[in-house]
Design a protein around this ligand. Structure first.
Ligand code: CMC
Length: 447
């Protein structure tokens, strides 16, 4: 279809001409922006699976061919040749940084890693068993309380400073959340280390011992972060855009994205994968039983780490992680029985008609959990690590949105299916709604 071609829609005996918009990689869309005004019709698309909510120059992915590129560079190339901070710069500012730009960017981030000391009090208030994603999202939103004078979404200088603060402080928040959960003292950032070395030290150092840094582990973490850096309009990124479209500050948009990422169908899947593998191990390694359960339409069980809304082929990120995972496990001499189960599961699922027909391949979360385990990161922290990785993508998408003149506040429509207009019923004449008579079964009134 040529770029200037029109699509014709015929409804109620009338014809409507719609513009066709074609992307740089040939993706085609029908522009329905004026459809409701012209015809009274809206489009209905649960989960927005077939809806383009923006035009974006950041990430291209082709789910049929298993291609993922950021600003034109393939994920394989970036993993091989770039660092996470270079990739972050590329995503946010559009080009790979020059040597001096990268040095300045890195220096800025390094010098903003400390949290305001008052934030320590917030950590104390959380229960010991608090999920670190609850802490992360709350803390990220709390940052907006400390930097109110520099969070105007429309001021580029404010944005540049907020970008640096977020990239610098989120790893510190993550590490403090972890230390809080295990009752160890917080380890402050070390400006002599690079981004991932610093993360590893803040997680694993203790004040009573010399800390030995493993640069291979830091490199593997850097690669993991690159692999998660952006994935176009996924659930959490769309959340950033939706929240940000109201011109809410970037901290609050990123905090909302953390909440969206937490769900087991999104970033929470990496934790869910390990829990599933654990369950299979405890159940006598009965892989077939769980594959059958995933296929059973009467069961809500799904094979975690399989399937993707967009990839209908092997997730290219899963391929890269799998290789690194094998390398780190071999170097550390780790034999992880969960990896054996993962491999069996992958094999069975790749050959099973149910998975083949539906094009359900292992996704990025299938192997990332195993690699995090090998790096010593506990499973409650997996989604937090995903958030650290996804941060540059969220920021880049937010920045693109606020500077795009086509942006409008996000406000989808609906097809109403509730009752039509009716008269108010006085309370004495109402019937009880079945199942809603008893109150909650409370143990104590204020629990
Ligand atoms: N196990 C078993 N069946 C599955 C699975 C699975 N993991 N995923 C999809 N299906 C089936 C589903 O039941 C449906 O079957 P049918 O056509 O017979 O009704 C069909 O495949 C299509 O599934 P869908 O739910 O319509 O697909 P979706 O695009 O809405 O969902 C997904 C995508 C990722 C939420 C889903 O595949 C899933 O729940 N996977 C497990 C969770 C997971 O690994 N999530 C991480 C995604 S990658 C990282 C990220 O982006 O955050």
């Amino acid at each position: 279809m040529a770029a200037n071609e029109k699509a014709t829609l015929s409804m109620n005996g009338k014809q409507y001409e719609l513009d066709v918009i074609v992307g740089t990689e040939g993706e085609q869309s029908v522009d329905i922006r004026n459809l409701r005004a012209d015809s009274g019709f809206i489009t209905l698309d649960n989960g927005y699976a077939n809806t383009g909510a923006c035009q974006s120059g950041i990430t291209f992915l082709n789910g049929e061919k298993g291609i993922l590129r950021h600003r034109g560079y393939s994920i394989e190339d970036l993993c091989e040749n770039a660092t996470f901070l270079e990739t972050a710069f590329l995503l946010i500012y559009g080009e790979l940084p020059s040597e001096s730009q990268l040095a300045a960017f890195t220096d800025d981030i390094t010098r903003h890693t400390l949290l305001h000391e008052n934030m320590r009090n917030f950590f104390q208030g959380f229960p010991l068993r608090a999920h670190p994603m609850a802490i992360l999202s709350s803390m990220v939103c709390s940052l907006s309380a400390f930097y109110q004078d520099t969070y105007n979404a429309l001021d580029p200088d404010h944005t540049d400073l907020t970008v640096v603060r977020l990239l610098a402080k989120i790893p510190t928040i993550a590490a403090f959340a972890y230390k809080k959960s295990i009752g160890q003292p917080y380890v402050y950032p070390d400006n002599s280390l690079n981004y991932c070395e610093n993360i590893i030290k803040m997680f694993f150092a203790v004040p009573c011992e010399e800390f030995e840094l493993d640069s291979d582990k830091a490199k593997a973490l850097d690669q993991l972060l690159i692999l998660h850096a952006d994935h176009e309009q996924n659930c959490s990124t769309s959340t950033v855009r939706l929240v940000g479209s109201s011109l809410a500050n970037l901290y609050s948009a990123i905090s909302a994205a953390c909440c969206a990422l937490w769900g087991p169908l999104h970033g929470g899947a990496n934790q869910a994968v390990i829990e599933m593998l654990d369950q299979i191990a405890k159940d006598g390694n009965n892989v077939k039983k769980y594959v059958d359960l995933a296929k059973d339409k009467d069961s809500s069980f799904r094979l975690m780490g399989f399937g993707h809304r967009v990839y209908k082929n092997f997730d290219p990120r899963a391929r890269i992680i799998k290789k690194t995972c094998d390398k780190i496990l071999a170097k550390e001499g780790i034999h992880d029985p969960l990896l054996d189960i993962a491999k069996q599961l992958e094999q069975v699922a790749l050959e099973d008609e149910y998975f083949v027909e539906r094009k359900l391949y292992p996704n990025v979360d299938f192997y990332s959990g195993i690699l995090y385990r090998a790096l010593g990161i506990p499973k409650d922290m997996f989604t937090v690590m995903f958030a650290i990785g996804r941060l540059p993508g969220w920021i880049a998408q937010w920045r693109e949105m606020v500077t795009d003149p086509a942006t409008r506040i996000g406000r989808p429509r609906q097809i109403y299916t509730g009752p039509q207009a009716r008269d108010f019923i006085p309370i004495a004449k109402r019937e009880s709604l079945p199942g809603r008579t008893a109150g909650l079964d409370r143990v104590t009134p204020h629990e």
